[in-house]
Design a protein around this ligand. Structure first.
Ligand SMILES: Cc1cc2nc3c(=O)[nH]c(=O)nc-3n(C[C@H](O)[C@H](O)[C@H](O)COP(=O)(O)OP(=O)(O)OC[C@H]3O[C@@H](n4cnc5c(N)ncnc54)[C@H](O)[C@@H]3O)c2cc1C
Length: 415
């Protein structure tokens, strides 16, 4: 190949961004495509939903990130299909030929076909859904404040979070704190001791699958201390906007269901006729290449690869970032006519916050919880945010909220 190879990267999320950075000095021309003009730091989306942070603090324009990377063009466009045989990416506006493709299209919320929840519930997957959740939560407090009927008000002040994984746990803990530490001051005439945050999980543990048993138990204890009501082994079947129903239990009267219980691949990945596994993830070779198409790498949430114990790699930013570096290295190896290497995930540990002074962590094989875990969580999340300004603003924001029991973004805006 005499001309400069063209690498197309689909998705400017955790995986796509890392791959593009890794290829900064490589003898390739990169086109990075995303339907949004920003990179979104999804781990803090729940803070937007509970009025703690504003969207601009957790998103950063892609063009600003790559301002100094000469071998990269950014294209804001929706990828509609990929013709693997012709080596072409089709977008809404154009067709791009590639020599190498890195597919990092991520995932979206899985409602498991329950249309009533998709229609009436709230999820946390992008900026619009997080802002919609914030608006809904704040509006319901205004509504409850006007309500004179006790039972109707009680239903309005009942909040159901579905899914006991890290996002559900973080959302439930933060929502309970928003109500009992902040909104209680905004609505002195309403007795917010009646407000309930209920966390529902289908299995018999919080943080199922990934977290060790002692951290699952610590999560339960810390959440209960934050006044979150936890219901395990309950399977949600629907939500009509006023009542959430279960396969095995009495319905709950509520106007709010925050759904964090499932993830499936992005629409683009669903549309591709490839071998898939659980959640629609694309089966990749240990080298992260697409079977039959060695010039195509699939990474992050879109890819299905098992670890040495036969367990699928988790849907984590750390997995996407490590795979991105690996895919970029394999492309460089191929350019030097060396064979690609297999990927191994190096587990950096686990970390989830439950609220003020409360988090659970497993680092270097040691599990711990409480204040030390929370301090690490705060430091790491500030460090991982993109852009010095965002880091500074979030740090100041959190410090203010911590000392003054406040929450900055309590604004009901037009969606
Ligand atoms: C609420 C929440 C909290 C989380 N918390 C954590 C956490 O604490 N720690 C952790 O490690 N992980 C966490 N995760 C998981 C982590 O965010 C994902 O695993 C990670 O984002 C996957 O990276 P990715 O590059 O595969 O996809 P993403 O980061 O999702 O990026 C995919 C990109 O592709 C773009 N895209 C998709 N389809 C198209 C298309 N057709 N055309 C153009 N562009 C397209 C999207 O706009 C997006 O920018 C969380 C996820 C969520 C939703």
């Amino acid at each position: 190949m005499n001309r400069i190879p063209h690498v197309v990267i689909v998705g400017a999320g955790f995986g796509g961004l890392e791959a593009a950075k890794k290829l900064k000095k490589a003898p390739v021309q990169i086109t990075l495509i995303d339907r949004h003009n920003y990179h979104l730091f999804q781990p803090l989306l729940y803070q937007v939903a509970i009025a703690g942070l504003s969207p601009v603090q957790i998103a950063h324009p892609v063009r600003a990130i790559f301002r100094r990377q000469k071998n990269l063009d950014f294209l804001m466009d929706e990828v509609t299909n990929i013709d693997f045989k012709a080596r072409q990416v089709l977008t809404t506006n154009k067709t791009l030929k590639y020599d190498y493709l890195i597919l990092a299209a991520g995932s979206r919320t899985n409602f498991f076909g329950m249309q009533s929840i998709e229609k009436n519930g709230h999820d946390m997957k992008n900026i619009s859904s997080a802002v919609a959740t914030r608006n809904h939560l704040l509006k319901i407090f205004e509504k409850a404040n006007r309500e004179t009927d006790e039972d109707a008000r009680r239903a309005m002040l009942t909040f159901v979070v579905v899914g006991g994984g890290p996002t559900g746990v973080e959302s439930a803990g933060a929502l309970a704190e928003l109500i009992h530490l902040v909104l209680t001051k905004d609505y002195p005439q309403m007795n917010l001791n009646d407000a309930r945050v209920i966390l529902v999980e289908a299995s018999n543990h919080l943080m199922p699958n990934v977290y060790p048993r002692n951290l699952q138990a610590a999560t339960l204890k810390l959440l209960r201390r934050k006044r979150v009501n936890i219901r395990l082994k309950q399977i949600v079947t629907g939500f009509d906007g006023e009542r959430v129903t279960f396969k095995n239990g009495d319905p709950i009267l509520t106007h709010t269901v925050i759904w964090t219980a499932g993830v499936r691949t992005a629409e683009l990945v669903d549309a591709l006729d490839l071998e898939k596994r659980a959640g629609g993830r694309i089966l990749v070779k240990p080298t992260l290449q697409l079977p039959g198409y060695p010039e195509v790498y699939v990474i992050g949430d879109a890819a299905y690869l098992e670890d040495e114990n036969g367990q699928p790699l988790s849907l984590l930013a750390t997995v996407a970032q490590q795979q991105a570096k690996h895919a970029a290295e394999n492309i460089l190896r191929e350019l030097h006519e060396r064979p690609p290497k297999s990927f191994t995930y190096k587990d950096p540990g686990l970390l989830a916050t439950i609220g003020r002074n409360a988090a659970v962590a497993r680092i270097w094989g040691i599990s711990f919880s409480g204040l030390p875990a929370w301090l690490i969580w705060v430091g790491l999340h500030i460090y991982r945010l993109i852009g010095f300004r965002n880091r500074l603003v979030v740090m100041l924001n959190w410090a203010w909220d911590y000392f003054f029991y406040d929450s900055q973004v309590r604004l009901i805006t037009k969606e």
